[in-house]
Design a protein around this ligand. Structure first.
Ligand code: PMV
Length: 330
């Protein structure tokens, strides 16, 4: 390899409609069950990786500022896997920007590790199929495996101990008439990271096994709903999956509660909209924000209703987005 090689990639974040909550292998980030998600457009990450013989250590710049040691170590651990596969030892300069609208309350690890997987393999000259990129992104963050692909995506649990089959596959990237309205309900950092929360749920929640056992049926239902482009059916699964995931976490010891009063108010607002005939179904991740699946035609109505809900700070309307791809460096 020449002294310097660089690549830039962008990836959209994704929101799970059938949730991933639990690992069968923590070191390899292997999920205990499959999941199904929608990749979003405007909400994502742009990452440049430049391998250079002149660098003594990896460097990470996050949204214009040097990243802290924890984030840098996580990126170095990830790059070490890429270097091992590419048989190189060169350190890298990584510059990453989140294109998530200011404080949208959306997690960026999914788009972040998807963009990093693509930019790093490309800069290292390592050929990688989409499935291999998905596997690599998963090692950074479980949900990142899904952001390699656009639109609706299914993540497989896989059966192998090495995780080669725990990868995502695209289901439908042409179903464009869907929107996800994000209701931001807090500007505080999330209290408990997903890895620790999943681990505690698995270790202490009497509902964990029941939760995991319920996922296969939800996946089958969601897959069929995507195939039929049936938003109401997909939305029903999404609500059920989110509530079951949170129920398993609530029952951990100590109990994991991500919701605030505005989260609950938004849930009621969504159900009230539905009672009036507006297509709207919620999902909630490891934080207090509420994400509402709806149609393009109803997105404004849903966003307005959420903005009128007590405690909702702002809303972001997102459309289906593309999978991770390379772009020219800025
Ligand atoms: O990718 P992680 O390890 O941050 O886990 C994501 C967990 C949830 O967002 C709550 C659910 C999901 O499937 O994305």
């Amino acid at each position: 390899m020449s002294a310097e090689r660089a690549a830039t990639a962008v990836a959209g974040t994704n929101i799970a409609l059938v949730k991933y909550w639990g690992k069968r292998d923590a070191a390899l980030n292997l999920p205990a069950a499959g999941s199904l998600s929608l990749t979003l457009d405007a909400l994502g990450t742009r990452t440049s990786v430049r391998f250079s013989a002149a660098l003594a250590a990896d460097r990470l710049t996050l949204n214009g500022a040097p990243a802290d040691a924890r984030a840098t170590t996580r990126v170095t651990t990830f790059l070490d896997r890429v270097r091992a596969r590419a048989k190189i030892a060169t350190r890298a300069d990584v510059v990453t920007e989140n294109t998530v609208p200011t404080a949208s309350g959306l997690a960026s690890s999914a788009s972040g590790f998807a963009a990093l997987a693509l930019a790093a393999t490309s800069a290292a000259g390592l050929p990688a199929t989409p499935a291999e990129l998905s596997e690599l992104a998963r090692l950074g963050s479980g949900s990142a495996a899904r952001s390699i692909f656009g639109g609706f995506v299914e993540m497989a649990r896989g059966a192998r101990a090495d995780g080669r089959d725990a990868v995502a596959t695209p289901l439908d990237s042409d179903w464009r008439d869907v929107r996800l309205v994000v209701a931001v309900t807090s500007d505080a950092q999330k209290s408990l990271g997903s890895t620790e929360a999943m681990e505690r749920t698995a270790r202490t929640s009497p509902y964990y096994e029941a939760w995991i056992a319920s996922v296969a049926a939800d996946l089958a239902d969601a897959r069929a709903a995507v195939a039929a482009r049936d938003l109401a059916r997909l939305g029903e699964v999404a609500e059920r999956s989110a509530l079951r995931m949170h129920a398993s976490a609530l029952a951990a010891a100590p109990g994991i509660l991500y919701w605030n009063p505005a989260t609950v108010a938004a849930i009621h607002a969504v159900r009230a909209l539905r009672a009036e005939g507006v297509p709207a179904h919620f999902t909630i991740d490891a934080g207090p924000h509420v994400k509402v699946l709806t149609t393009a035609a109803s997105a404004r109505t849903v966003a307005d209703a959420l903005l009128r809900t007590s405690g909702v700070l702002r809303t972001v309307v997102a459309s289906p987005g593309e999978g991770a791809h390379l772009v020219e460096a800025a």
